[in-house]
Design a protein around this ligand. Structure first.
Ligand code: AOF
Ligand code: ZN
Length: 357
């Protein structure tokens, strides 16, 4: 199962809204088949592994990181393939939360007389597919907030200088992180201040996430570097009454404009629904402080990854990682669960999952 998980992990970032899944088929103590799901629309892990095993699959044990599917999606159901191949035992790390499957795969295998065991390394498999798990059950994107900040919680100096808060090792990791999400979201202020391209810079050909700009007043200029790369979508999230002429201009430059809400500010909950409808299953939120704060306040951040640089910049007006009205009492603070800390170069990356009241 660990081998199946390792194979699945390597496909992270390339399966679109689909989960990463690995499968290892073992017969009399020998591996006879290996497979992983590599791309949405192509073969599932079990199919690849079964093809490799051929007739040796009969009487074998299949280790799969996710419950074999029972539905006809872009490919036929894997549980039928396992039954046809006459495997005698299937070990599953965790069940598939997809409402189309949700236990039916396990049930179908059992009905066919196959011994099924669920739960081996289940937590690891569930964590690996945390983005898929949220999207498939809510149709809303899984949001990971990433920010680089000083020990005193600042994302820039009081002058606005932010090059760089974190070290090169942390900045390198961010490119991998971007590649593992289907969208990158920033506020228009960040887009204006840094004029970022927001593409991934990996040495391997990677799927580039859509670039999403929250811009209620449509201030993004068409000369922005975001428009240099025409292959990666630019999505601008704005409000209904936004300037029609500017909207047409941005659309002509290649952007897709989504009107979310009719107030002064973008309705972020609605934006998540709309982005989900576009099958953006996960978003890396990269600030700035106001957008981070607004998303956090509304309970829309699923995970935080804080790259903390061991330095103190000070400055009462220096921008903060989370800028919002704040709470009255410490007991109201938003806490994190499942916190881990990892050293990245000279920085520390703190990862955790916000718990909302
Ligand atoms: C498996 N093995 O390797 C994967 C599974 O559109 P499709 O046909 O690719 O189906 C996608 C759904 O199938 C996905 O939402 C999830 O429930 C399941 N993924 N299942 O048995 C695999 N990738
Ligand atoms: Zn399947």
């Amino acid at each position: 199962m660990q081998l199946a998980l390792d194979m699945a992990a390597k496909a992270s970032g390339q399966t679109d809204i689909n989960p990463v899944v690995g499968c290892v088929i073992v017969k009399e103590g020998r591996i006879v088949g290996l497979g992983a799901h590599l791309k949405r629309g192509e073969g599932h892990a079990e199919v690849h592994a079964l093809r490799m095993a051929g007739e040796q699959a009969e009487g074998a044990t299949a280790y799969v990181t996710l419950e074999p599917c029972s539905h006809h999606g872009k490919t036929p159901p894997c549980c039928e393939r396992l039954i046809e191949a006459k495997v005698s035992r299937v070990v599953v790390a965790c069940t598939d939360p997809n409402p189309m499957v949700a236990g039916r795969g396990v049930k179908r295998l059992q009905e066919a007389g196959i011994e099924v065991e669920v739960g081996l390394l289940g937590d690891a498999s569930e964590r690996m597919n945390e983005k898929f798990n949220k999207f498939i059950t809510t149709r809303k994107p899984f949001v990971t907030l990433k920010t680089a900040m000083t020990l005193d919680g600042k994302i820039a100096a009081k002058t606005g200088d932010s090059r760089y808060v974190s070290g090169s090792a942390s900045r390198e990791q961010v490119h991998t992180l971007r590649h593992q999400h289907m969208g990158i979201m920033v506020g228009v202020q960040t887009a204006l201040a840094d004029d970022p391209e927001l593409t991934t810079r990996l040495s391997v050909p990677a799927v580039h996430p859509a670039r999403i700009i929250v811009d209620s007043k449509l201030r993004l200029p068409v000369t922005s570097r975001l428009f240099h790369n025409k292959e990666v979508p630019v999505i601008i999230v704005t409000v209904e009454g936004a300037d029609e002429r500017r909207r047409a201009e941005l659309e002509a430059a290649g952007a897709r404009v989504l009107a979310c809400g009719s107030g002064e500010q973008v309705d972020l909950e609605l934006a998540m629904t709309r982005l989900g409808e576009l099958e953006i299953g996960s978003i890396l939120l990269e600030g700035g402080g106001k957008l981070n704060g607004a998303m956090l306040e509304r309970g829309l951040i699923d995970k935080v990854m804080l790259f903390i640089a061991p330095k103190i910049i000070g400055g009462e007006r220096a921008p903060e990682a989370f800028s919002f009205g704040g709470f009255e009492r410490m007991s109201e603070a938003i806490g994190l669960r499942g916190v881990t800390m990892e050293q990245v170069g000279d920085d520390y990356c703190l990862t955790g999952y916000p718990v909302y009241a």
